[in-house]
Write a protein that binds this ligand. Sequence first.
Ligand SMILES: COc1cccc(COC(=O)c2cn[nH]c2)c1
Length: 259
Amino acid sequence: MKIDIVSVFPEYFEVLNLSLMGKAQSKGLLEITAHNLRDWTHDVHHSVDDTPVGGGAGMVMKPEVWAECLDELLGLADAAGTAAQPTSETSSAAPVLIFPNPSAPLFTQRDATELSRTEHLLFGCGRYEGYDSRIPDYYRAQGIDVREYSIGDYVLNGGEVAVSVMLEAITRLMPGFMGNPDSIVEESYTGEGALLEHRQYTKPAVWRGISVPEVLLSGDHGKVDRFRRDEELARTNEIRPDLIARLDCKALDKADRKT
Ligand SMILES: COc1cccc(COC(=O)c2cn[nH]c2)c1
């Protein structure tokens, strides 16, 4: 998978060369490039933002700068309309263009699963009050698959943290990324927006006088599975009833068949 990230703080992503992400890059599973949006400015101040049309506090990121950058990274015709020549850089599959945005639909495991099968992702990190809203609209009109996602109900100073969160959720699902692929199978229940996972315990069976649930020591896998399933339903109902509402009957049936 080829991943391009555009930010005014590209150095923020140097951390991706560590641990699993670093290994995945050295194994050729991933190719991550962080670009500095200011490389597409032409003024002496390398300005990427301007005051909001209609007034209001803060600054908004300029569409022209983003467009010069995205046209190039997406391999689109430039403003003059001359078709950009496909280069070795231009991946065959059209990339998905993703913008973190607090005012967008929530990014879920279902999105991570879908995007983990994509060949080329291009992330755009907003700063200040955000980017000119015409940017995603324009690229949708060019036929690009543009997604805007929130990672939660809070506002960050920029999209970089949100991109890191989405990248981790996406890349860990890629075949060959995790040492032990089984570790993501179990999550398929909770992952697909289904249920919260059951509580986890390890040895010792009794720790500071607190015992693990007896059934887990029974050796009866059928009973253990049933116990865990019941706990998943109860925990989800108590902590995240909204996930129950999203559950479709298939997932519930599948869950019952599992035990
Ligand atoms: C309109 O673009 C903006 C504006 C302001 C900050 C950001 C960065 O993203 C977030 O703050 C965020 C994403 N999910 N939850 C919070 C983007």
